[in-house]
Design a protein around this ligand. Structure first.
Ligand SMILES: [Zn+2]
Length: 352
């Protein structure tokens, strides 16, 4: 049965699997065959299940009927045996909550196996290892991403420390190395060594990025997500799918249309007009407290995982938009940014 859903009795003949009506299903008419439910803990294949049930006096036909009812209600997982070989036991145990959550969220009947296989094969490169970047990198590694690298040659400072990122012993050492150590503590199987020859599946821009770096991402068609939190505002997005959704330059063209002085303001951040929506060379210290950094990093990680998981027909919410957390409201809001027709990215008219 799907992990994460509790079987609960509504009456002597009806079992409800799950609590919240948006996830739960009710099955009636089980009678004595209800004992089959207690055997569905994932430890037996279909043949073993039928044999064990028979030992309890339940016929193979009845077991089949119960499995059919559960499957049609969408609460049965058929976890592929191949993944048992692919994932070591300890890793399967650690990733069990990820798989249970993915299976429910995406409605997959494979116990999250498809999602975890995609994550294990993925490479995400995080630019910047401040509070947000270090948090994003550790969240992604803990979520099962196979290779997570973090580019940041700066030295760790006290203001970089965060509960899900860099620790006090890292002060003074290279931030990128400190992130690799943080990942090793929570997800030691993750590859953290970068290889400039490899094109990542996704780049997350949490620190200053140069126009050249943005240009390279566009040229190599690397999907990238801009993330920043400063001035007591967290911003996740845009998620740029080059040529398919609004790029960083599109956003700056929109801003320049609203405020003619915007290019001049942007130039003073030291990033030029090509970038600017990744975290910039902002004020020191940034007005981004621990909780704002964690909230922004969490939503950014969720958007990143949505890209890797390929969760459905809808693009992630940060494509052609930004998700913004303005304090002290603590209420995420989405702003829409459509591609600009004059932009060199030529995303205008794309399907998204
Ligand atoms: Zn553009």
């Amino acid at each position: 049965m799907k992990a994460g859903l509790l079987p609960l009795w509504r009456d002597t003949d009806t079992v409800q699997i799950g609590i919240d009506p948006r996830r739960a299903a009710a099955l009636t008419g089980l009678g004595t065959a209800a004992a089959v439910l207690s055997l569905l803990d994932g430890s037996r294949d279909a043949g073993e299940l039928a044999r064990t049930a028979q030992a309890y006096g339940i016929s193979a036909a009845t077991t089949d009927r119960v499995l059919g009812l559960l499957a049609s209600a969408g609460v049965l997982n058929d976890f592929p045996a191949s993944l048992h070989k692919f994932l070591p036991e300890y890793l399967r145990a650690r990733l069990a909550p990820e798989m249970a959550c993915a299976s429910l969220a995406y409605g997959d009947g494979d116990g999250g196996a498809r999602t975890i296989a995609r994550r294990r094969a993925a490479f995400i490169r995080v630019y910047g290892a401040g509070r947000i970047g270090a948090c994003v990198a550790t969240f992604l590694a803990a979520s099962g991403i196979g290779r997570v690298t973090c580019l940041d040659g700066g030295a760790t400072e006290p203001a970089d420390l965060a509960p899900a990122g860099l620790a006090i012993g890292d002060i003074g050492s290279r931030r990128g190395d400190a992130v690799a150590r943080a990942i090793a503590r929570i997800a030691p199987e993750t590859v953290t060594a970068d290889n400039p020859q490899l094109v990542p599946d996704l780049a997350v821009l949490t620190g200053p990025v140069t126009p050249d770096e943005v240009e390279a991402l566009m040229r190599d068609r690397v999907t990238h997500l801009a993330v920043r939190a400063e001035e007591a505002i967290g911003v996740v997005g845009p998620l740029v799918e080059p040529g398919r959704s609004a790029c960083l330059r599109c956003i700056n063209l929109h801003k320049a249309a609203l405020d003619p002085a915007w290019p001049k303001v942007l130039a003073q951040t030291g990033l030029g007009a090509g970038a600017g929506t990744g975290a910039g060379a902002g004020a020191v210290p940034a007005a981004c407290d621990t909780v704002l950094a964690a909230a922004t990093a969490a939503l950014a990680s969720a958007q990143a995982l949505a890209v890797i998981d390929g969760c459905g027909p809808q693009p992630p919410a940060a494509a052609n938009g930004t998700l913004e957390l303005f304090l002290p409201e603590w209420q995420w809001r989405r702003r829409t940014w459509v591609p600009v027709s004059t932009c060199t990215c030529r995303a205008r008219g794309a399907t998204r």
